[in-house]
Design a protein around this ligand. Structure first.
Ligand SMILES: *Cc1c(COP(=O)(O)O)cnc(C)c1O
Length: 337
């Protein structure tokens, strides 16, 4: 099967499994797992931050960050379609009594700073206290422009807010910009990075920030049930991912471009923005044929998720030749006349 549903479907390669099996471990809740400690040092260095924390998932990592930044009765400003607002079960409200203040994203995935400024609450006991701005990069596969991030960084300082990045795919952004990850993440107070998406680890995220912030997040991780014991077996996969699977993201982006080009010339199909966004292609299928289209693809060994538009995601377990095959198959789909 050629699985383009998400980059979360990547499987650990044999070498990754080997380093996992060989990893020295200890009890990480005691701070004694040398492999977890090494991953956390590597992640902090990569992000240009003082400290880092290994967590089982990106959802828990973002939640621990929100809990560490915001107290009960405080709020974070976030995009309406952001993962930290829409796709995490309302965790900040459920478990932290933290109020989200969602705003519509602009077409390029930025939040308009004029609108953000208008959403910041005055110091008045009618209102929640605005504490944090949360961004996502990449966002729907799009890379946030660096000049925008510099403006955001100055903006939050001026308004006394903290700035969090859901950087689940920030390595894709860095590779696309040909910049070190720290050029992006260094502009934020905290960043959460997924090891289990395009980087190919079976589980895990790292949350980076100041020493004090990470100490607070570490406390929340335990509260959330995320304190793991001999977690070095998972952390070893994360180390392998950081060492071997970042540079190769370029190939995923090239494959997505190839796919976008091929599909855009098929009758009945339209690629949004005419091309790929890092490792994602957003595909419009005419005539409300999405389900039939996905069924047809599955019969030919290609897994897609239904959506409007449909999101096709490239990753390390699909090759250039697979893209050719996908284009060939999808081209053959017959729309009802
Ligand atoms: C996947 C994802 C997360 C959450 O990661 P999980 O490990 O699936 O919990 C957070 N933010 C974004 C943008 C993601 O794509």
């Amino acid at each position: 099967m050629i699985d383009l549903r998400s980059d979360t479907v990547t499987r650990p390669c044999p070498e990754m499994r080997r380093v996992m099996a060989d990893a020295p471990v200890g009890d990480d809740v005691y701070g004694e797992d040398p492999t977890v400690n090494r991953l956390e040092e590597m992640a902090a260095a990569m992000a240009g931050m003082e400290s880092a924390l290994f967590l089982p998932s990106g959802t828990q990592s973002n939640l621990a960050a929100l809990l560490a930044h915001c107290q009960r009765g405080e709020e974070y400003i976030v995009g309406q379609q952001a993962h930290t607002y829409k796709y995490e079960g309302g965790g900040a409200a459920v478990l932290g009594s933290i109020q989200p203040q969602p705003l519509e994203f602009e077409a390029d995935g930025t939040l308009d700073l004029v609108k953000v400024g208008q959403a910041i609450k005055a110091d008045d006991y009618h209102f929640a206290k605005t504490r944090l701005l949360a961004l996502e990069n990449t966002i729907r596969g799009m890379v946030l422009p660096m000049d925008y991030l510099h403006r955001v960084s100055a903006f939050v300082k001026q308004h006394g807010l903290k700035l969090h990045l859901d950087g689940a795919r920030v390595c894709n952004a860095a590779v696309a910009l040909k910049l070190p990850v720290s050029d992006i993440t260094g502009l934020f107070d905290s960043v959460s990075i997924c090891l289990s998406k395009g980087l190919g680890a079976p589980a895990g995220s790292v949350l980076c920030g100041t020493r004090d912030f990470v100490a607070a997040a570490r406390r929340w991780r335990k509260v959330l049930g995320g304190g793991m014991r001999q977690a070095g077996i998972l952390a070893a996969a994360g180390i392998f991912a950081l060492e071997n699977n970042i540079r190769r993201l370029r190939a995923d982006h090239e494959n997505a471009s190839l796919l976008a080009q091929g599909l855009n010339s098929c009758p009945g199909l339209r690629v949004q923005n005419g091309g790929a966004q890092t490792n994602m292609v957003f595909l419009e299928v005419s005539g409300e044929q999405e389900s039939a289209f996905v069924g047809f693809a599955a019969e030919h060994g290609i897994l897609l998720s239904v959506g409007r538009p449909m999101r096709l995601v490239t990753h390390k377990d699909v090759e250039r030749e697979d893209m050719m095959r996908v284009i060939e198959v999808l081209q053959a789909f017959r729309f009802p006349q």
